[in-house]
Every structure is written in C-alpha cells, then in structure tokens.
Design a protein around this ligand. Structure first.
Ligand SMILES: C[S@@+](CC[C@H](N)C(=O)[O-])C[C@H]1O[C@@H](n2cnc3c(N)ncnc32)[C@H](O)[C@@H]1O
Ligand SMILES: [Zn+2]
Length: 358
C-alpha cells in the first residue's frame, strides 16, 4: 500500500468520528473525502488536507472549490450535491472563536516567511535547537522505524523537524499540522513532490485520526495555545499506537510563594508575551495524565530567567556558536540548581518530555 493510502486508512470524519473516508481525486493536490455515515465531506485543497469541524468553517472555500472544479463536478454530480449540501449548512461569516486572535498572529508570521528550499542539514546550535536535539530528537531518531507515521501538532513552519529530523533525510512519513493555513501552505510548497510529507490544517484538540494509529506525536510549545492546556494530552495519547511516543516541550506555571502581582511584574520584564494565549500548562496535572497512560522515558527541566536574559543579550552569538549555546544552557542549569531552589521565580519554567504509551 502507498503511504497515501495508508494515511487515508487512518482518517476519520470530524463530525461523526467514524471511518473510513472514501477519497475521490479531482486532480493533483485536490480531492474530496466523503463520510458515508453522516454525509460530511473534507477537502484536500492545493495539497493541504482541510480537517476542521463544521463550526470552524464558512461557505466561501467550498464555493471556490465548486467553481474551480466545475468540469469534474459536472461529471460527478454526487459530489457536486455533497459539496452544495455542506455549503448550505455552513455560515457565510465565521463567528469569533477562542483561537482566532492567536491564529491571526501566526498566519501573519508564516505568510511573510521566505521560502528556503534545499538540503536540510545545519549546525545544531541555539538555545532552542540544541536542547531539542539532546532531549527529544536523539531519542526519536534511535527509536523510529522505516515508514512510521509521525505527526506534528502546531508545527508552524516545522523549523525544528526540518533541522533535526528532516523527512528528506530520514525515511518516515511526516504528517505536519497547524491551525494556521498559512503555515501549511508554506510547508506544502517547501515539500512539493515529496510522497512522505502530508499537510493538515486542523485543531490540536480535534484530530482527524483513528485512535491507536500514529507511531509518534511531536508537540513543541503548542498545548499552552490550546483552550484546555495540558488536559489535551489525553486526546493526543489516544491517537498513539501502543508503545508510541509523545515528544514535547512546554513551559509550565512556576509554583511561586510570591504574591501574584510581583510574579506578573518580574515575568513581564524577563518573559514578555509574544502572541495571544501565552498562558502555561500545569506540570502536576500533565504528569498525572502521563502516569495514567504510560511512562515518561525522559524529562528535562530548563528555562530560568537567566536563559531568557542571555538569549536577549547574546542571541546572535548563541545561534552561531556551539560553545556559547552550551554556556547559556549551563548557566541556566546553574541558576535552577542554586538560587532557583530557594526562590522559585528563578527555577525552571519549562520542560522536555518523552512519553511512551502503554
Ligand atoms: C509557539 S508556536 C510553536 C511552533 C512550533 N511548534 C515550534 O516549536 O517552533 C505555536 C503554534 O501553534 C499553533 N496553534 C495555536 N493554536 C492551535 C490550535 N488550537 N491547534 C493547532 N495549532 C495551534 C500556532 O499556529 C503556532 O504555529
Ligand atoms: Zn461522518
């Protein structure tokens, strides 16, 4: 079976959660996925699978699909009717939703990103990339098997995977996803013609996959952008096969003994918000969920304000030099182990986890 057909076999309808979905190809990069249980359809549009719940959708993209593929649909009136039935159900304008402001911010970021194609090997430096390599990707690269399906939630431009576990270099199927359509358009262009990369516009809390169907899930700094934070972990774990891995990074609420106002003030200086929804997850709750469904095979805490400050002051040097990267991370650990123990404000504020499902 081709990777594409294997992927189809994993998909579910987001309205009734049933599978399988029948796929009809319109042309290269475009198609219709039909649910025979409830009649709902999802689209493959310009190489991007659009898998949003109906309440997140509006009429216009479906209308545009009708117009663009008029000839095909004239010859296949069943699908013409299905699309028109969906258009009838959808509103013309979207209602304001919790995710909107945040996603508008990300769409703007990804829309202006220059496309840099080419061989994806780089020097592993930088305060983000280096620990992601050490704490997550070294482990994933050792354990993945050829043809595995590895899914990234809230990938954005997939900067980390492109550098540490590129689907051009490694032999696996990469399902990349984000609620931002601009991010998916960007990656579709970058990986055009690659049979092992699949792009999905979907929400992290409404995944279009069967339970027990993914070999690994990557989730880097996304949970805190989602409405129910760490509680979404249970939904992700459901999608993993037994022994499947969930690899992630999240910043978490520090456990202060300080008044809230002081915390806000100090964090405002060291770690100002970049986008909407810069809340954090609750570490204890996350770990309770992990122990219910499996075990953590790696856990590493970092991100003291020292690190934030160093990145601010020496970001160029840290990006370019492995020595300065390591120095920054060593100072981070030093702060956490010394002053952080006494005054938790200077302790770790984020962690890497590699979870294995039972
Ligand atoms: C902080 S960025 C992280 C990007 C990437 N994972 C990384 O580490 O570089 C958060 C990403 O989550 C996406 N996002 C926000 N809310 C989401 C949601 N509800 N479902 C899926 N993705 C979401 C944003 O579009 C953005 O790309
Ligand atoms: Zn259905």
């Amino acid at each position: 079976m081709s990777p594409f057909n294997k992927l189809l076999d994993k998909l579910i309808c987001l309205e009734c959660n049933q599978d399988p979905l029948a796929f009809v190809r319109v042309n290269r990069g475009n198609g219709i996925l039909h649910c025979s249980h409830c009649g709902n359809i999802h689209l493959l549009r310009d190489g991007v699978f659009i898998f949003l719940p109906n309440k997140y959708e509006i009429k216009s993209p479906y209308r545009e699909f009708l117009t663009r593929h008029r000839d095909f649909l004239r010859e296949h009136p069943v699908f013409d009717r299905l699309i028109k039935a969906k258009i009838d159900k959808l509103p013309a304008k979207s209602k304001a939703k919790w995710e909107d402001e945040d996603i508008q911010y990300w769409d703007e970021q990804y829309a202006k990103e220059p496309l840099v194609k080419g061989v994806e090997t780089y020097q592993i430096t930088g305060s983000r990339l280096f620990p992601r390599e050490q704490q997550l990707f070294k482990i994933l690269r050792k354990r993945f098997k050829k043809d595995d399906f590895i899914f990234e939630i809230g990938s954005g431009d997939a900067r980390t995977v492109r550098r540490l576990f590129s689907p051009i270099t490694y032999d696996y199927n990469y399902i990349v996803s984000d609620y931002s359509l601009e991010a998916m358009k960007y990656l579709r262009q970058l990986y055009r013609g690659r049979g092992n990369v699949f792009c999905f516009q979907c929400l992290g809390d409404k995944l279009p996959f069967r339970d027990d169907s993914l070999n690994a899930i990557i989730c880097l700094g996304v949970l805190h952008h989602m409405p129910k934070k760490e509680t979404h972990l249970a939904g992700l774990i459901n999608k993993l096969v037994p022994n499947g891995l969930l690899l992630g990074y999240e910043s978490y609420e520090r456990e202060y003994q300080l008044p809230h106002a002081i915390k806000e003030f100090v964090e405002g200086i060291f770690e100002p918000a970049h986008s909407h929804h810069e809340e954090r997850i609750n570490y204890r709750n996350a770990n309770k969920l992990f122990s219910r469904f499996g075990e953590l095979i790696n856990e590493y805490h970092e991100y003291s304000p020292t690190r934030t400050l160093m990145v601010k002051l020496f970001s160029n040097q840290i990006e370019k030099s492995a020595f300065v990267t390591k120095l920054c991370l060593a100072l981070d650990q030093f702060t956490i182990q010394t002053i952080g123990r006494v005054w938790k404000l200077f302790g770790a504020g984020g962690y890497f986890f590699v979870f294995r499902k039972n």
